[in-house]
Design a protein around this ligand. Structure first.
Ligand SMILES: [Zn+2]
Length: 268
C-alpha cells in the first residue's frame, strides 16, 4: 500500500503538467490561428463572424412570411397570412421557420458543415437559427434532429442536422433527444426530383422506435434539419412523430429553398 503512494503522486504530477501543456497549446493555437470568416476563411475581428463581403451575400429571412410554412412574402399580407400552397395542402407540422434563404452563399456554409468536416461552424449557424426560431423555442419543447439512415451515417461520420440541433438545444437550455426518431429506409438523394417524387421518396422513411414512444407521446417537439427543400422530408418526419402521439411538431432549419430557386441548388 505504502509503495503505491509515490507512483500515484507521480501520475498526478504528470497529468497536471499535461493539462498545463494542453492549456498552453490551446492558447498558442488561438494566437497562431486568428478568427476567420465562416464562409471564405478571410481574417475577421472576432470568431463566428463573416467578412463584410460574405455577409452581404447572405439573405436572412425576416417578416413578412407565411405564418405556417415560413415562406417569405413579397408584400405584407397581414398578421397570420398563409401562402396558397399551405391553403391547398396544409402541412403536417404546425409552423416552420428558417434562418436564411438557400442560395449559392448559404449553400457554401451548408456544404462545408455537411461534407467539409467543419463541425466548428455548427454553433454559429445554430445561433442564427435560434434568432429565426424564437417563437418556436418554448421552454417545454424537445429538440429532435432529422436523422440520417445508419448506413449513410457510417459514410459521413456525423449527422449535420444533429450537430445543429444539439447546439440549438444547448444554447436555449432545451432537451435534446436524437433517439426519438430513426430513418428506416435509405432514401435516394432528393437532387433532381420533382416535388411529388420527393414526397414519394421519403414517405414512410421515418419511425419512432417502440422504446422512444413514451418520450414522444403528448410532447411538443421541434424538428431540426439543415435545409428545408420542398417540405417533403419535414412532413414525412413529422407524420411519424404525430402518429407516435406527439402533441405538436414545429420545424426549424438553417436554410430554406425558395420555390423559384434553380434545381442545381438543391442538396437535401
Ligand atoms: Zn468571407
Amino acid at each position: 500500500m505504502l509503495a503505491a503512494a509515490p507512483a500515484a503522486c507521480l501520475t498526478c504530477i504528470m497529468m497536471h503538467h499535461a493539462r498545463l501543456a494542453g492549456n498552453l497549446l490551446s492558447r498558442l493555437a488561438d494566437i497562431a490561428v486568428p478568427p476567420q470568416c465562416l464562409m471564405c476563411d478571410a481574417l475577421t475581428a472576432e470568431p463566428g463572424a463573416c467578412c463584410p463581403q460574405c455577409w452581404r451575400k447572405l439573405h436572412f429571412i425576416a417578416r413578412p412570411y407565411c405564418a405556417v410554412s415560413g415562406r417569405p412574402f413579397e408584400y405584407d399580407a397581414g398578421e397570420g397570412a398563409v401562402s396558397p400552397e399551405v391553403m391547398a395542402e396544409p402541412p403536417c407540422y404546425r409552423r416552420a421557420r428558417a434562418a436564411v434563404i438557400y442560395d449559392s452563399a448559404s449553400k457554401g456554409l451548408v456544404t462545408r458543415l455537411k461534407y467539409g468536416d467543419r463541425l466548428d461552424l455548427a454553433p454559429w449557424m445554430a445561433q442564427w437559427m435560434v434568432r429565426a426560431g424564437r417563437e418556436l423555442l418554448e421552454p417545454d419543447v424537445v429538440i429532435v434532429p432529422v436523422p440520417l439512415h445508419a448506413m449513410r451515417r457510417l459514410g459521413r461520420r456525423y449527422n449535420q442536422s444533429a450537430e445543429l440541433a444539439r447546439h440549438v438545444a444547448k444554447s436555449c437550455g432545451l432537451d435534446y433527444r436524437p433517439q426519438l426518431l430513426v430513418r428506416t429506409r435509405k432514401t435516394r438523394q432528393q437532387v433532381g426530383l420533382s416535388a411529388s417524387q420527393r414526397a414519394r421518396n421519403v414517405a414512410g422513411a421515418f419511425r419512432v422506435p417502440a422504446e422512444a414512444r413514451a418520450g414522444v407521446a403528448g410532447r411538443n417537439l421541434l424538428l431540426i434539419d439543415d435545409v428545408y427543400t420542398s417540405g417533403a422530408t419535414a412532413n414525412a418526419a413529422c407524420r411519424a412523430l404525430i402518429r407516435a402521439g406527439a402533441a405538436r411538431v414545429d420545424v426549424l432549419t438553417f436554410a430554406r429553398v425558395e420555390p423559384t430557386a434553380t434545381e442545381a441548388l438543391y442538396t437535401a
